[in-house]
Each structure stands twice: as structure tokens, then as C-alpha cells.
Design a protein around this ligand. Structure first.
Ligand code: SF4
Length: 905
């Protein structure tokens, strides 16, 4: 280890479920983040989001003091108000009149205390988490198949597999470091095959030997067809099935009856029969198969059945519990798995104990010495907010999540919060769509300021360690939970002084009367003490004894956790999404993440380099459908569903099949006038898991007619209330607003001056005696107007408007905001928005890690760099996390296509 490494703090990334290890050093007030070469999840690699973490720790947007009804107060007053609200609701309406809605962003210790307070002391099951929205179907499928929520595999199995099947997972963008591990393994072992099963042709398909763009919602049909094919071709591990499973005959009967004919399955899934047959034959012929699945499977009204149909294929072939094989649910959030360990879902108890087992409830009550154990599961996320809307939930505490953006039918969730008598919100950010509705706001410590543990998708427990002093009045969530618990009269169970004490209790509980009866056992991590906890290295549970090094793979002995020790093949019947398409809503709305953003962008939205890949929300649809719906690439369109509407820019990337539209999940009312996709998603949920159907809502698209488009770059802010549409992005030195309007100003110069008036100047603007300098140009005939405002030759803001969406490049103009002064040549070209030499405009960001723009890459391609390796050698693009490599390939393809088209015939 180098001297620099020994000075750094070992911690973990707070974003996706890959759970990468980090080395963080604070040098000259700057936070420098590198991948931890010793962490088993990433071996030193990081994606663009992880690499940019140092840019997100500033205090500008933070919530730094408690508030009650918008007024700053001391902690005592805020905690008293929260406890009073909960006490009143419990006394008047019983324990089920209160709820916690928490988050896969919390640390395990926070999660543990929240669950203990609600289920063991308040006595209600009403604690649910935003993890309900991303992987609860996988949890339910594991419980049905294995008898417990257990992920059998390790990341290493993806590298050992000869066939990796990625189902409903844009791994390249959503779990980039894991994707790069697959890419590297495939490069080293060229016979390894990758199959992507996804309605969209995502960047993940870049490495695929086969892409099956199945019709939305037909996964069960496809995997039933696989099960039937495996039986027909006698690829069954009969010994394993007999000794270790139940239900194979019935599952096979249902599979045969519903998907016994490959041609019919192909028709039903909208696939060509040759591709489907190839997948079935590859799966049948390959012993080492990992089937990795994610939100595309889980976020469905049939999500649990979909996951079980995948698991069935592995159980029938005995391809589980051995190296390089198994079904693998990958989680979206950094601590979704930790939440599951401590019972963060409304239908689970802590330590994988079960609600419907009276012995488990008694065991837990005895261990906690709790006054009132919840006797039945609580309300799952969507039902919880519906109960709030109905007036049945009177007090709620929301921690580290933004449900007004992320829940389906999100406007109803907002109405529910407005009706709720006591809304407590703990967050690190002052202004979110959800904090706006809080009666009590509690300032939480953020990543880098708190200590605890997280568990990633392959069961690695890792430490998050503090390297920054908690700012202002911020406190860890476990602390505020303990304080409210004390105020509710439960001091006895909540006298924790440190996270290490909480972790110790969690570890002891997991081992309590376990004796191998429950897979989740970390009894070997009990008794670490403060120093052992401080030193804790990543370890994969179960860890039943102090001598254990952890457990990379489960079920190696063929023993599962149903009472008879056998796994279950679950019969799964294909069923369509809840809401069918019709003439009014003929398109399937699909939702998901983009490469460089995380959830509602409250953190990644502050890193300039992450904001320039997609600087505004978009609607991606097939070019043919765009033609049918009368919408043109680059114009604004409205997406309408029965539940709401949003407006965003139309994109025809070629990734979306006819009949569908894709909209990203990240924009909120804080960042765009009308782009909360949660507001237009249907509220249907899976009947077993309660997970919402985010991947299929009937929708239509219509042009959003405006009379002008424009953009503003400014060091200050713009009053957006009179604009028909706007989207805002933080870019460090300035903000970028994409804007559009219906009413045309009588005089553009007056309107622009008002919009960019002196009160809009940034706080770092020069002194009041500095002279404003306004330059502008109007082409009345063309309907275009351009203006810039300078002070002492420093650009303060600029605005460009025109009747069409095609406007000049923003990238070179944006780079001018880094200059203390513009040169005469730069000043002369501001309104042309073009530098003297084209090479000075880098273009929109493609590689976020090294901030390499599209124009620089296009120039390199034109000079002969015709593959990602050559581009990387010249510009470094694609050489860190690799997430942009598919885009590099696309740019090369575009160049070759354009070159071929220009050749004389
Ligand atoms: S893949 Fe990226 S976002 Fe996910 S944990 Fe690793 S660095 Fe963080």
C-alpha cells in the first residue's frame, strides 16, 4: 500500500447495489475519491458517479438545522414536535395510524433502529422502504423458492460463467463496474456468451452475442418456454431435482401448457423464432450459466412470477450453489440488502425472522424485551400512501427518500402527504419535492459524515466510514430515531451510543436460536467492539462464527430453508401487465435510469461533469412512431397517461422498439417544470411483492406546441414561472436552463433583459460599480434573438431563442464561464456561439470521467481512431469506468455510415 493509500479512509460508494469500495482522502479541503483496489466488489474500479463523489459533498444545498413548520428550531423542539405528532396519532387511532417510509440509502444501523422502533415498540408493521420499488419481487421470489430471501451467488460467478443472461437490466449504465467485470471476463474468455433480454436495445447490448427484444411483460412466457425446452431436451438434473426440490412436475406441466410450442412463444414475445431457439439451445448446452436480473423483471405486476420463472430453470438443471452458476438478483440501491437483513420491508421481521411464524415473533419480542410486537405485516409502499390519502395514516416519518418523485401515481402521494396530520422528513437536502411538505424537518448526516455498514448485491457487508465533520446541526438518522423513541417512552430499548453497539445487537439477533435454521447469520461478527467494528473488512454473509471468512456461495450442500430443506419450483402462469393498451393510450411507457444520474438527482445533480451527459429530461421513442404521432426529434412532446402528464424533449435514439416510449426517472419539480415520471406511472402492484409496475403504463405522445425554443446560461438564476416549459442543470461555473414558450414577447430585448436582470446575477458577481455590458443581435425575419450580459469582460449570462429547437451548441459557450475575462476574439464570437477554431468546442459530454465531449471524439474518429481503444489512447475517453464505450462505438458507426453515404455511387 502506498503512503497516499494509507492516509486515505476506506469506505463505500453510496449509490448503486454493486457496492464499490473507495479510498477517500481530504486534501486542501478537496475530497479525492479513488476505487479501493482491495475491495472485492470493484478491485479499484469506479464508474462516473463514484468518481464524481468528491464534487457532491459541498454544503450549498444542505439542510443544516431542524425546522418545524418552516422555521429553524433546536433539536429538542423538533424531536418533541415529531414525538408529539406520533404520540397523538397512536393514542387517538392506534399504532397502525403511524408509519415510517425509509430508504435503501440508509445504513444498516439506521434501518435496524427504525424497524425495532416501529415493529417492536410502537407495535405496527407500518414501516416500508423505497426498496419496495426496485427489488421486492426478487425478495418474494427468493422466499417462495428457497424458503428465505437469499441471493445464492457472488460477483465472481459472473466471471466464471460460460453464459451470462442479463434480463431486464441495463447493467452497462445501472451497475457499470459489474458490467465492466463481465466485459473483461468475456475478453479474456472469448467463448463466454452474453445474452441480453430487454425490450430496449440498451448500451448493455453492446457486448451481447444475442439480444432478445421481448415484448414488455412476456418474461414468464419466455422462461416457461425455456423450462419446457429443457425438459423436452432432457437437460434436467434429475438427482438434484429429486433430492433437493419440490414442485418440478407441476411447474413443468404449467410451463408445457403455457409455453410448450417455441413458435407460439416467439410470437407471444414478439421475437424471431431463430433467436429464441438459439437462446434455449445455448442455455441447455451450457452448464455454467448465471441469469442476472434487475428492475426490468421486478418492476411488474407479475414481477414475483417472473423471478420465479428464472429461478425454476436453475433449479431444474441443478445450476445453483456451484461456481459460475445461479440466478442472481442485483439490487438498485447501496443498502437494499442491508434493509432486508433488518426487516425494513413491511412484511418482514428483523434478521430474516417471519411474521407468520409465532415462534419468531416471540423470539424477537423476548430479545428486544419489547412492550408491543407487531403481529401482522404492515402496509407496503403504494398501499401505505393510499391509506394516508384515505386518512388512515395520521403521522409519517420519511427518511432519505423523495416519494413525491419516485412513487407511482405520485400526484396522489403528494395529495396524501398534504392530508397527513404530521409529516416528519429526515434528509440531507433542504429543498426536495418531499421536504416541501414536511411539518418537521430533521437534518441528517450525509455520506462521508456518518459511520455504519451497508450490504451490497452479493451479500458483502462493508463499512461506510466518516471522513468529514458533520456540518451544522446534522445528526445520524439512528440518533434521531433513538431520541424520538425516548420521547415516546421507550428509552430502555434505544440507549445506543454508537453504530457499533447497534451492529452488535443486529449480529447477536441474527444468531439467536439460529443453529443453521436461517441463512442470514452474522453471529461471527458479534462482539467486535468499537475497534473491531472500526477495522471491519468487507465480508460476505453468512458469517456464523468468528473464525468464518464469509460465504461466497449459498446452497452448496443442496440444503434450502423451507421446513423440509428443499427448494420449490413455483408454477408460473404468464399474464399481461395490469393495464392494456387501447386506442387512446396505444404506447407502452417504460421508465428507468440514465448513466450518470442517481434517483432524483439531489446529489449527482450537483456534480457538473455528471450533468452534461443528459442536461434535460427526454422521451425516447422509435422514429417511425414519432412520425405517426406528429413529433419531431428535438421538439418538446407531452406524454399522457390516465394518471398524469409530463413534457420533455423527444429523442429517437434507436434503442426503443415500435410501440414503446422510455422516460428517465430522475427529474423532479426542482429541476423541470413538468417531468416527474412517477406522476404518470400507473399504481398497479404485484399481488405477492407489492412492487409497482414501472415498466408498463399505457400512454400516448402528442406534440407540445410552443412558439419558440431557447436556452440560458447564467451565473445566477432565472425566474421561470412565466415560461411554458423549463429544465435546469447545475454546471459548476453556471446554470443551464433549457426553455420554451407559447407567448411571443413584443420585444425580445426587453423580455431578455427582464429575465436576466441584475437581480439574477450570481452571488460572486463583481461589485456594484462594475459596468454591465449588454450585447445582442436580433433577426426579426428569422425570429431569432441572441444576447449576452458581461461585466468587466466576464460573461454573466447569455440567452439564445428561435422558432425551432435547433439552436447553437451550448458547450463552447459554457466553457467561457470558466474564464475570468473574455478575450476580444471570444467576445466577438459569443453571439455566433462558435469559437474561431472548431476544435475549441469539445461538444456535449460523452465521457464523464475525463470530461471528453462529442466533438472532440468525432474529430479523433475523423483522424483515424476507429475503435474505442484508439479513441481512449488519444483522448482517454472510455478508459476509466468504460460506461461510455457503447457511445464511442456508436459515434464510430455514425461516422462510417456518413462516410459511406457521401461516397460517389
Ligand atoms: S458501480 Fe458506480 S455507482 Fe455503483 S457502487 Fe460502483 S462506483 Fe458506485
Amino acid at each position: 500500500m502506498s503512503a497516499a493509500e494509507s492516509a486515505a479512509v476506506r469506505t463505500t460508494c453510496p449509490y448503486c447495489g454493486v457496492g464499490c469500495g473507495l479510498l477517500v482522502a481530504v486534501e486542501d479541503c478537496a475530497v479525492r475519491v479513488r476505487g479501493d483496489p482491495e475491495h472485492p466488489a470493484n478491485h479499484g474500479a469506479l464508474c462516473s458517479k463514484g468518481s464524481a463523489l468528491g464534487e457532491t459533498v459541498g454544503l450549498e444545498a444542505r439542510l443544516l438545522e431542524p425546522r418545524v413548520n418552516g422555521e429553524p428550531v433546536g433539536w429538542d423542539a423538533a424531536l418533541d414536535a415529531a414525538a408529539r405528532g406520533f404520540r397523538r396519532a397512536i393514542d387517538q387511532h392506534g399504532p397502525d395510524a403511524v408509519a415510517f417510509y425509509i430508504s435503501g440509502q440508509l445504513l444498516t444501523e439506521d434501518y435496524y433502529v427504525a424497524n425495532k422502533l416501529m415493529k417492536g415498540f410502537i407495535g405496527s408493521g407500518n414501516i416500508d422502504t423505497n426498496s419496495r420499488l426496485c427489488m421486492s419481487s426478487a425478495v418474494a421470489a427468493h422466499q417462495r423458492a428457497f424458503g428465505e430471501d437469499l441471493v445464492p451467488t457472488s460477483y465472481q460467478d459472473l466471471e466464471l460463467a460460460d453464459l451470462v443472461v442479463l434480463v431486464g437490466s441495463n447493467t452497462a449504465w445501472c451497475h457499470p463496474v459489474l458490467f465492466q467485470r463481465i466485459v473483461k471476463a468475456k475478453a479474456e474468455r472469448p467463448h463466454m456468451r452474453v445474452v441480453v433480454i430487454d425490450p430496449r436495445r440498451t448500451p448493455t447490448c453492446d457486448t451481447a452475442d444475442l439480444h432478445l427484444p421481448l415484448r414488455t411483460g412476456t418474461d414468464v412466457l419466455l422462461f416457461n418456454g425455456l423450462l419446457s425446452h429443457l425438459a423436452r431436451t432432457r437437460v434436467i438434473d434429475a438427482t438434484f431435482v429429486r433430492a433437493h426440490t419440490q414442485g418440478a412436475a407441476r411447474a413443468l406441466l404449467v410451463a408445457d401448457n403455457t409455453a410448450g410450442d417455441v413458435a407460439a412463444v416467439a410470437r407471444g414475445c414478439g421475437l424471431d423464432i431463430g433467436s429464441l431457439q438459439a437462446f434455449y439451445e445455448w442455455f441447455a448446452a451450457t452448464e455454467r450459466v448465471v441469469t442476472l436480473f434487475s428492475q426490468g423483471v421486478n418492476q411488474s405486476s407479475a414481477g414475483t412470477d417472473k423471478a420465479n420463472s428464472i429461478i425454476n430453470a436453475h433449479l431444474l438443471t441443478g445450476r445453483i450453489g456451484r461456481p459460475g452458476m445461479g440466478p442472481f438478483s442485483i439490487t438498485g440501491q447501496p443498502n437494499a440488502m442491508g434493509g432486508r437483513e433488518v426487516g425494513g420491508l413491511a412484511n418482514m421481521l428483523a434478521a430474516h425472522l417471519e411474521f407468520d411464524n409465532p415462534d419468531h415473533r416471540r423470539l424477537l419480542q423476548r430479545f428486544w424485551q419489547s412492550p408491543r410486537m407487531a403481529s401482522r405485516p404492515g402496509l407496503k409502499a403504494v398501499d401505505l400512501f393510499e391509506a394516508m390519502y384515505q386518512g388512515k395514516i395520521k403521522a409519517v416519518w420519511i427518511m432519505s427518500t423523495n416519494p413525491i418523485v419516485s412513487l407511482p401515481n405520485a400526484d396522489r402521494a403528494r395529495a396524501a402527504l398534504r392530508r397527513c396530520e404530521c409529516v416528519v422528513v429526515s434528509d440531507v437536502v433542504a429543498h426536495t419535492d418531499t421536504t416541501a411538505l414536511a411539518h418537521v424537518l430533521l437534518p441528517a448526516t450525509a455520506w462521508g459524515e456518518k459511520d455504519g455498514t451497508v450490504t451490497n448485491s452479493d451479500r458483502h457487508i462493508s463499512r461506510q466510514r466518516r471522513f468529514l465533520r458533520p456540518p451544522g446541526e446534522t445528526r445520524p438518522d439512528w440518533w434521531s430515531l433513538c431520541e424520538v423513541a425516548r420521547r415516546l417512552g421507550f428509552a430502555q430499548g434505544f440507549n445506543f451510543a454508537t453504530p457499533a453497539e447497534i451492529f452488535d445487537e443486529h449480529a447477536r439477533l441474527s444468531a439467536l436460536e439460529n443453529n443453521g435454521s436461517r441463512g442470514f447469520d452474522i453471529g461471527g461478527l458479534a462482539g467486535l467492539g468499537e475497534s473491531g467494528y472500526a477495522r471491519l473488512a468487507p465480508i460476505q454473509w453468512p458469517v456464523p462464527t468468528p473464525e468464518s471468512d464469509g460465504t461466497p456461495r449459498l446452497f452448496m450442500d443442496g440444503r434450502f430453508y423451507h421446513a423440509d430443506g428443499k427448494a420449490r419450483l413455483v408454477p408460473t402462469r404468464p399474464r399481461p401487465p395490469t393495464f392494456a393498451l387501447d386506442e387512446e393510450y396505444p404506447l407502452v411507457l417504460n421508465t428507468g435510469r440514465i448513466r450518470d444520474q442517481w434517483h432524483s438527482m439531489t446529489r449527482t445533480g450537483r456534480a457538473p461533469r455528471l450533468n452534461s451527459h443528459f442536461a434535460e429530461p427526454f422521451v425516447d421513442m422509435h422514429a417511425g412512431d414519432a412520425l405517426v404521432f406528429g413529433a419531431r426529434e428535438g421538439t418538446l412532446v407531452r406524454v399522457v397517461t390516465r394518471w398524469g402528464r409530463l413534457v420533455a424533449r423527444l429523442r429517437t435514439s434507436g434503442e426503443v422498439a415500435r410501440g414503446s416510449v422510455f422516460v428517465p426517472i430522475h427529474w423532479s419539480d426542482e429541476t423541470c417544470s413538468e417531468a416527474r415520471v412517477g406522476a404518470i406511472v400507473n399504481p398497479s402492484v404485484d399481488p405477492v411483492s407489492g412492487e409497482p409496475e414501472f415498466k408498463s403504463t399505457p400512454a400516448r405522445v402528442e406534440p407540445f406546441v410552443v412558439n419558440w425554443y431557447g436556452f440560458v446560461l447564467t451565473r445566477g438564476t432565472v425566474a421561470v414561472r412565466d415560461l411554458s416549459w423549463w429544465a435546469r442543470t447545475e454546471l459548476g461555473t453556471h446554470r443551464r436552463y433549457e426553455i420554451a414558450g407559447r407567448s411571443v414577447p413584443r420585444r425580445w430585448p426587453d423580455w431578455a433583459r427582464a429575465l436576466l436582470g441584475s437581480d439574477a446575477l450570481g452571488s460572486d458577481a463583481l461589485g456594484s460599480d462594475a459596468a454591465d455590458d449588454w450585447i445582442d443581435y436580433e433577426d426579426v425575419g428569422a425570429g431569432t434573438y441572441r444576447a449576452a450580459r458581461l461585466r468587466d469582460e466576464r460573461i454573466e449570462s447569455c440567452i439564445f431563442v428561435g422558432p425551432r429547437p435547433e439552436l447553437p451548441s451550448r458547450s463552447w459557450l459554457g466553457s467561457l464561464f470558466e474564464r475570468p475575462r473574455l478575450s476580444p476574439a471570444e467576445r466577438a464570437r459569443v453571439l455566433a456561439s462558435r469559437p474561431l477554431a472548431a476544435s475549441m468546442d469539445a461538444g456535449e459530454t460523452v465521457c464523464a470521467c475525463f470530461r471528453v465531449g462529442s466533438r472532440a471524439i468525432e474529430a479523433a474518429i475523423a483522424q483515424g481512431c476507429h475503435d474505442p481503444a484508439a479513441i481512449g489512447h488519444r483522448l482517454k475517453a472510455g478508459t476509466n469506468c468504460g460506461s461510455c464505450v457503447p457511445e464511442l462505438r456508436r459515434l464510430v458507426r455514425d461516422f462510417k455510415t456518413a462516410t459511406a453515404a457521401s461516397l460517389p455511387r
